[in-house]
Design a protein around this ligand. Structure first.
Ligand code: ADP
Length: 353
């Protein structure tokens, strides 16, 4: 027998995910039975309520679900919320929001699902990466030590130019592997919330000078000159010195390695803005194509022109940099034009402010 229910309604009721349609004021217009089950209520009882009244959100400060709808773009799955179920259980949820183009109502479609399994898998993945990286670090450090012994020629045995050259190449490759392992460890610590900061008063000028000296040979090999514009009386910032050092090292390394043919300058400058110190790293390199700019701080993302010009790279540096700066209460952003250059900015709070 054919049901008199329209097909869309049957679908709406049986889709294995909580579906809601809300208006711009976040008032629930429609919802399916799975949403009612999630909040432990009757489907009809939630209609007319606001999303916040129906859903007991436990992290009201999260970026999307709690801001006004007019500022909400269509999102990917977001997992920054937990809800308290009717039985008292606290459950992480994943949700996705779509604005529906419609002249009058401008409704918003919200999909919600229980994210326990997803988060469990994420934890397992992060644990796996952490174990593998730790295991790889020991042999990589041993190789580094052996190569250093050979390069320094500690026994005084004669080696020819060819052998010395190959040893240096092996050393550089091993260094890249160690840096990749460290990046993976950092990512797994960041993802599992185990990334610890030890903030204190930090002199950014000193830190920048140290990183600059470390990069002198790398810069000259790429025909780049690093110039710093740092006020002599720059106030200290509140930061974890080692972590911010990693950020500066990554930004300067990128500015150098994504250089264009010819001699160019990389400028690192500091200015004071609203109780924050803002650092800008400006280059005259290959730039970032417009369509890639929105993804540039995502894990593993590399723009097409970068993959062509530099085969080596993991796409983890900017992701780690953004997470480190955000953990410090700062922000990081960039402006870029393909073929002209890139400026990456970040800011950190002035010490004591
Ligand atoms: P990696 O350099 O290892 O690929 P990053 O996370 O540091 O990883 O950078 C991500 C991507 O951002 C790069 O692959 C490149 O596409 C782009 N990028 C970063 N910095 C610059 C820059 N200064 N100039 C041009 N492209 C850049």
């Amino acid at each position: 027998m054919l049901s008199s229910q329209p097909l869309w309604e049957i679908l709406f009721q049986h889709v294995p995910i909580a579906v809601l349609i809300v208006d711009q004021k976040r008032i629930i217009l429609q919802s399916n039975p799975l949403f009612a089950k999630l909040v432990g209520s009757e489907t009809k009882a939630v209609h007319g309520k606001t999303l916040d009244q129906a859903l007991l959100l436990l992290q009201p400060n999260s970026k999307t679900l709690s801001t006004t709808w007019s500022t909400i773009p269509t999102t990917d799955w977001v997992t920054d919320q937990k809800v308290k179920l009717a039985n008292g259980e606290i459950v992480p949820i994943a949700y996705q929001i779509f604005s529906i183009p419609n002249d009058d109502l401008e409704p918003v479609l919200v999909l919600i699902k229980d994210a326990r399994r997803e988060l469990e898998l994420m934890e397992l993945r992060s644990e796996f990466v952490s174990i593998v990286s730790h295991q790889l670090r020991t042999p990589a450090s041993a190789v580094k030590w052996y190569l250093e012994t050979l390069i320094d020629n500690r026994r005084g045995n004669p080696i020819n130019e060819w052998q010395s050259d190959k040893m240096h190449q092996a050393y550089q490759s091993n260094e890249r592997m160690i840096s990749l392992i460290n990046d993976l460890l950092n990512v797994s610590r960041l993802d599992s919330g185990k990334f610890e900061l030890h903030p204190k008063s930090v002199d950014l000028s000193k830190l920048i000078d140290e990183v600059k000296s470390e990069l002198v040979h790398f810069a000259s090999a790429h025909n780049v000159e690093i110039i710093s514009h740092l006020p002599s009386d720059l106030s200290p910032v509140t930061a974890d010195s080692d972590k911010v050092r990693e950020v500066i090292l990554n930004l300067l390394t990128n500015a150098i390695k994504y250089n264009q043919p010819g001699h160019h300058e990389v400028i690192i400058a500091a200015t004071v803005k609203d109780k924050m110190i803002e650092i800008a790293v400006q280059d005259q390199g290959i730039g970032i194509p417009k369509k890639g700019q929105a993804h540039i701080f995502e894990k593993f993302y590399r723009a097409d022109n970068a993959v062509e010009s530099q085969t080596e790279g993991s796409g983890l540096g900017l992701y780690i940099a953004r997470e480190i700066i955000r953990l410090h209460g700062g922000d990081i952003w960039l402006t870029s034009e393909e073929g002209v250059g890139t400026t990456v900015y970040f800011n950190l709070p002035i010490y004591g402010s």
